[in-house]
Ligand binder design. Structure first.
Ligand SMILES: Nc1ncnc2c1ncn2[C@@H]1O[C@H](COP(=O)(O)OP(=O)(O)OP(=O)(O)O)[C@@H](O)[C@H]1O
Ligand SMILES: [Mg+2]
Length: 156
């Protein structure tokens, strides 16, 4: 398991981190965003969209009521927010296969709701409060595309 932890000290820095990831995403990639309310998952997502060249006029918000927002950029970005799911869900029961296996990249807020059901090759990004405007951002991947993304983001 590879893990790289960085700290951001402003919203802007978190957005920029997301942007760096967005530039690397390819169809089929799966990014799990983990972290409490207000940790910065949506700000990070805003950056990912920008890095994928989504029109800057497109608002990137937590798709809390719709569960899924789709943005068209260099490739489609499927932005999920699973906060409203009542409990841990089987990924297969959600009916999202067409997205999860589709031609775009998946970015999933509240991926905790998919307990233990993350696809192989997932990149997990965990955000947490670190006092004031500071946030700890931990990138973790076991193998496959997640590991490749991690290496692309943080070349050794
Ligand atoms: N370093 C930072 N990184 C990200 N956001 C920050 C930072 N410092 C302050 N903030 C503020 O924290 C808030 C993060 O909100 P955001 O909607 O991104 O959180 P979230 O994790 O998506 O929460 P939710 O679970 O409610 O969707 C914003 O108001 C943002 O301005
Ligand atoms: Mg959010």
């Amino acid at each position: 398991m590879g893990v790289v932890t960085v700290e951001t000290s402003s919203e802007r820095e978190t957005v920029e981190l997301g942007e760096r990831l967005g530039r690397l995403l390819e169809p089929g990639d799966f990014v799990a965003l983990v972290g409490e309310l207000g940790a910065g998952k949506t700000q990070f997502s805003k950056g990912v969209a920008a890095g994928l060249a989504v029109d800057p006029g497109t608002p990137v918000t937590s798709p809390t009521y719709t569960i899924l927002n789709i943005y068209q950029g260099r490739i489609p970005l499927y932005h999920f927010d699973l906060y409203r799911l009542a409990g841990p869900e089987d990924i297969d029961s959600l009916g999202f296969e067409e997205y999860f296996d589709g031609g775009g990249a998946c970015l999933v807020e509240w991926a905790e709701r998919l307990e233990g059901e993350l696809p192989e090759g997932t990149l997990t990004v965990s955000l947490s409060h670190a006092g004031g405007d500071a946030r700890t951002v931990a990138f973790a991947a076991e193998s496959g595309r997640g590991a490749a993304l991690l290496a692309g983001l943080f070349p050794s």
